[in-house]
Design a protein around this ligand. Sequence first.
Ligand SMILES: Nc1ncnc2c1ncn2[C@@H]1O[C@H](COP(=O)(O)OP(=O)(O)OP(=O)(O)O)[C@@H](O)[C@H]1O
Ligand SMILES: [Mg+2]
Length: 301
Amino acid sequence: MKPLPSGDVPALPHIGSGKVREIYEVDSDRLLFVATDRISAYDVILGQLIPDKGRVLTGVSLHFFDLLDTPNHLLTTDLSDIPGLSGPELAELRGRAMVVRRATVIPVECVVRGYLYGSSWREYQDGGGPTTEHLPPGLKLADRLPEPIFTPATKAQTGHDENITEARTREMLGDGLYEELRKRSIDIYLRASEYAATRGVILADTKFEFGFAGDELLLIDEVLTPDSSRYWPADEWVPGQEIPSFDKQYVRDWLDSTDWDRSPPPPDLPAEIVEGTRSRYVEAYDRITGRSFEDYVAATR
Ligand SMILES: Nc1ncnc2c1ncn2[C@@H]1O[C@H](COP(=O)(O)OP(=O)(O)OP(=O)(O)O)[C@@H](O)[C@H]1O
Ligand SMILES: [Mg+2]
């Protein structure tokens, strides 16, 4: 299927672009939330699109909104009552768009980690940082933590998100909201990890966003996708080693094999890397949801 370059929906007011998503206004309470086929790595948007990636992200999010049954922003995937969408637009949007409740985004990325990896491992090795405040000494790379930890990061407007301490987060949010976000985030992580285990997958860490619609606190954004989460095949987890994941590792590995310095412009992805990346996203959909991506796409037609 044709990759979606810009998520362009002329019928609706465009109110925002993220690295991956385009957001349109349906009315004062509702947004059209569209996952494009863009891919970012090291916080830089790459020049090539990954066909179907947006559908994978939306399909996985829908799977978890359904499974988790926690207050969230999803209203519907039925686009038929949105005025002004043409046939070709609808065909492009199906499977990648959801109508969501418009929320005031809480400017903190709610990260939960069950294993020591990524930026947290780097902090741990460097003598400690915001994410390692509550960790015992003597842990190895990819070790399972004694219990999942809540390690928020700031939503940076530009550049890289930054891990922040518990004290700083409490200052930003107030104790009440801090406690509520931690409780909800860890609860969702635990339930999602239990589910992932039934699929032979470890949910090493993940990131949630929350927002307020009126005074209701909602889980928003994408949920438990390969872009927002680190998933490992359970049978490939060996503490002390790097673990291959279902996320962008494949693309990152290719980028690391070039002499790119991680500032724009990024190098062009060769066609076989685009195709390899696409098939990994589709595989991730099948593996995580236990359903077939082809069936998902067929059901959206
Ligand atoms: N229900 C909602 N109401 C309003 N904004 C939302 C809602 N759900 C998600 N968002 C916002 O929509 C954007 C999604 O875009 P995308 O995922 O492409 O952004 P990103 O690359 O993660 O980074 P950034 O947030 O820095 O733009 C995010 O900014 C997110 O906070
Ligand atoms: Mg995002």
